[in-house]
Design a protein. Structure first.
Lengths: 123, 544
């Protein structure tokens, strides 16, 4: 357990953290556009094109089919996110967290003056 | 009225109710022995697994309004109600993608922990906790009134004792068993609900020879509007009404305090996202079932059933169960009706318990501990205050529900809860997590304006001003059932403008800390945020 707070600003600017944020954003932005468009199209069609939603397809109404498609889409996005989080984000999170866990003042800096009242463990 | 305790008591549903209540009491006893400190009381000692929490989220989220309400609305109005249900499941994507893990990483017991993390604790927590209390108390009264009406219809026990019964059990779970009891009541309820749903759906499909086309044909021919049943447009006066209804569910879910609180009960962010995935699987399955069963209710009960199910349609499902079991008076019909009624009771109990524990978190953790006592109280005191708060909240909810009686319009209350959650809580939560510039002024003004806009717009809404074109409502034809489409932009805009109009370098500086912690999970358990907020850490630091 750490007794002092990490240098949050330095961690936030570390390449490890930047990469985590960048990779996550690269996944979240497109997937957000996808699910939001998919749902809003359905919502707008439901409001604006009722006859279309009442159209019978495969014995049931198109509106019902598109509703089931919303559930399937939700499952798909959740599955994709979970897989990506497991494979990509989790290792990146651990790397970025290890930067925060590294003893201050951080890896890049010159040896700083010792913190008063505290001896840093030798590394 | 001479206050009869019971008009026409039904022995069978009452005895199955008794079994449900006995099981939940046993759970509460077991849980009470594991509940001592604040972490066990609010966060079940962070020992709930992902799959358990998935069931519990489903149990927390799917209220009687999902189970009975939406099935009834589909029975009455057809497609429009299906759209509302789908909004309520897609709503878990924002929770999964942006909120669940970050909440677990950076918070301690309540969503307000995350909103207030880098802002000035006192003003932020005060307003945010008021927002929580507004959502929770409105939603709680909606559930209690719904419960009273339902139990009266199903068992013959009248409204007042029914409300007291539900209120008393909800207080017992929370006060003695805390989050552990609440969680397991929710898990069991979700299991019962899924089983009941699958049985109902399969039975309905079997009635139509597993031929969906036959089911859909019968349903539309059994509705006065015929084909319009599957086209929509029957539930709302305007197209905007349907869109706004969908948006309220889509965005409100991510601001519901009792749902967000569930993410603190799991050990880490991985379990948090896993639990949302499980919840999505369960709720999605259940909502497909509700669509089929609601359509089945229309096909089987038909126009003849409309007077029996009532204006809200709440009794469509129980009546369908009775009909499937062999009809009123038959043994099969009685048993199936009683079982469905018991599931409905378990459903209500699980949701109200979740709401009360969220309210106790807002009062004891956010208001008492962090605003009044500024973090100087002990955990014991926090839990003690939480239990008092749960008791007061429970008694108030019972009193208001009885005073308002069955005349309370439940759908207005639910609409109000989702509108406040989406317009006051959600903007502040998202800005706090993702926008460095966001500050205390933005949060306080934004949440207050979001809350006020929700309240005012609900006062002008269609159910409050019934009649053609909502005559009398100052908004005229722009009055909606659920005004989220106006109030959500107002909430976001107020947060944004008030932030830009002020400056708080400290909040921007401390964004680094929140950002790193919420994204990486660093220090998620070892460093509770209250230690960072308050000058004196509550837990003694081991090494010095």
């Amino acid at each position: 357990m750490e007794t002092t707070q990490p240098d949050w600003r330095a961690v936030e600017r570390s390449p490890e953290f930047r990469e985590l944020v960048r990779r996550r954003k690269a996944f979240l932005v497109p997937i957000t556009i996808f699910w939001a468009t998919f749902f809003l199209t359905y919502l707008l069609l439901s409001a604006l094109a009722p006859e279309l939603m009442g159209e019978r397809v495969l014995g049931v109404s198109l509106g019902f089919l598109l509703s089931v498609a919303q559930v399937l889409m939700t499952w798909l996005v959740a599955f994709l996110y979970l897989r990506r989080a497991e494979r990509v984000f989790e290792p990146l999170e651990r790397r970025a967290a290890s930067v925060a866990a590294a003893p201050r003042p951080g890896r890049f800096e010159r040896p700083a003056a010792p913190v008063p009242g505290r001896t840093r463990p030798a590394r | 009225m001479t206050l009869p305790i019971a008009a026409d008591l039904q022995a069978l549903p009452l005895s199955i109710f008794g079994v449900v209540l006995a099981v939940t009491l046993a759970i509460t006893y077991w849980a009470s022995r594991r509940t001592s400190d604040a972490t066990s009381f609010w966060a079940a000692s962070r020992g709930i697994t992902g799959i358990q929490n998935g069931f519990a989220i489903a149990g927390d989220y799917m209220s009687a309004s999902s189970f009975l309400g939406f099935a009834g609305l589909i029975f009455l109005f057809g497609f429009d109600a299906m759209v509302g249900l789908m909004a309520a499941i897609v709503a878990f994507l924002p929770v999964l993608l942006y909120i669940a893990e970050r909440m677990r990483n950076a918070g301690k017991f309540t969503a307000v922990d995350v909103i207030a993390y880098r802002l000035r604790a006192r003003p932020t927590r005060m307003v945010a906790a008021l927002g929580t209390l507004a959502v929770v108390s409105v939603y709680l009264i909606a559930q209690m009134v719904g419960a009273g009406v339902l139990i009266e219809a199903l068992t013959g026990l009248t409204f007042t004792p029914s409300v007291i019964l539900v209120g008393a059990f909800m207080m017992i779970y929370v006060i003695f068993g805390g989050m552990i009891a609440t969680t397991w009541v929710q898990i069991i309820k979700a299991g019962l609900l899924m089983i009941a749903g699958v049985v109902l759906a399969v039975w309905v499909l079997a009635e139509f020879g597993f031929n969906l086309s036959h089911l859909f044909d019968t349903a539309s021919s059994e509705h006065a509007e015929g084909a319009s049943f599957f086209e929509g447009g029957l539930q709302f006066d305007s197209k905007l009404g349907l869109i706004s209804f969908g948006l309220a569910f889509l965005l409100g879910t991510a601001g519901l305090p009792h749902i967000l609180m569930r993410f603190f009960t799991v050990p880490n962010a991985k379990a948090a996202r896993g639990s949302v995935a499980w919840a999505i699987l369960l709720i999605g399955t259940f909502y497909i079932i509700v669509m089929l069963v609601g359509t089945g209710a229309r096909a089987i009960l038909g126009q003849a059933g409309e007077s029996a199910v009532g204006d809200t349609g709440n009794l469509a499902l129980p009546l369908l169960a009775e009909e499937l079991g062999g009809g009123a008076g038959s043994a099969g019909g009685d048993v199936f009706l009683a079982v469905i009624s018991a599931v409905a009771l378990a459903t209500i109990l699980a949701v109200v318990a979740g709401l009360v524990i969220a309210a106790s978190g807002a009062v004891a953790h956010d208001l008492w501990s962090n605003v009044v006592r500024a973090g100087r109280d002990s955990e014991r005191e926090e839990v003690y205050v939480a239990k008092i708060a749960a008791a007061v909240m429970g008694v108030l909810a019972i009193a208001v529900s009885i005073a308002g009686g069955s005349g309370f319009n439940v759908s207005v209350l639910v609409a109000l809860a989702f509108t406040i959650a989406s317009s006051a809580t959600l903007p502040a939560l998202l800005f706090a997590l993702f926008w460095r510039r966001f500050n205390t002024t933005g949060a306080v003004v934004g949440m207050s304006v979001g809350l006020a806009a929700s309240l005012v717009l609900i006062l002008f809404s269609v159910p409050v001003w019934p009649g053609p074109d909502s005559e009398g409502s100052p908004l005229g034809s722009l009055a909606l059932d659920v005004p989220a489409i106006f109030s959500v932009p107002i909430g976001f805009l107020a947060c944004w403008l008030a932030t830009l109009a002020s400056s708080e370098p400290e909040a921007e500086r401390r964004f680094d800390e929140l950002y790193v912690r919420s994204e990486t999970g660093y220090g998620a358990e070892a460093a509770p945020p209250s230690a960072a907020e308050a000058p004196a850490p509550r837990e003694p630091v081991a090494a010095r």
